[in-house]
Design a protein around this ligand. Structure first.
Ligand code: HEM
Length: 146
């Protein structure tokens, strides 16, 4: 069972982090160069359909895996030991990701124009950085350290 959950977690990571790297490194620079918000809107509409389910799968499978490592959620929040601290860091990244994603979805994207593209770029770069840190923290957890 743990093996299947880990495979699902890795697939979700491929979609979430991979999708954001494609967005930040290829789609976003094109939209900024051409000052065309439509390019981002088109990508977001397609990606949202698999990106959001992938993130939800990450949270469910991640909590399952975290439970196996440290079955005390209080230790995750108090960063009681190095493994729990890694799990706590992932939860912190999740909160930051949710704040940026909700702000982008409900405040930035509805007003998206050539003028507000740099603000959207900031959101995309931040969520992409968090997605890479999710992977780095996951590797730290799976190896039991650096
Ligand atoms: C988009 C969000 C996330 C991404 C991209 C992500 C990515 C990864 C990756 C790449 C690994 C390495 C797996 C390996 O090589 O063994 C991993 C492991 C892990 N992740 Fe996540 N993760 C995410 C969210 C979460 C969340 C929310 C939690 C729970 C708090 C979590 C808990 C874990 C745990 C406990 C492991 C170690 C699994 C093991 O080795 O058995 N992850 N994650």
């Amino acid at each position: 069972m743990d093996y299947s959950v880990l495979v699902i977690h890795l697939l979700g990571a491929a979609v979430w982090t991979g999708g954001h790297l494609v967005l930040a490194l290829t789609v976003l620079p094109r939209a900024l160069r051409l000052r065309d918000p439509e390019i981002l809107r088109e990508f977001e509409q397609g990606f949202e359909r698999i990106g959001i389910p992938a993130l939800l799968v990450q949270v469910a499978s991640g909590v399952w895996l975290a439970w196996r490592y440290s079955p005390d959620p209080i230790a995750w929040i108090t960063l009681a030991d190095p493994v729990s601290a890694g799990i706590g860091l992932k939860l912190g990244l999740l909160v930051l990701t949710a704040l940026f994603a909700v702000n982008a979805r409900f405040r930035v994207i509805p007003q998206l124009s050539a003028e507000t593209l740099p603000l959207m770029a900031l959101h995309i770069r931040a969520v992409t950085l968090f997605s890479v840190l999710f992977v780095a923290t996951g590797a730290y957890l799976s190896r039991g350290g650096f």
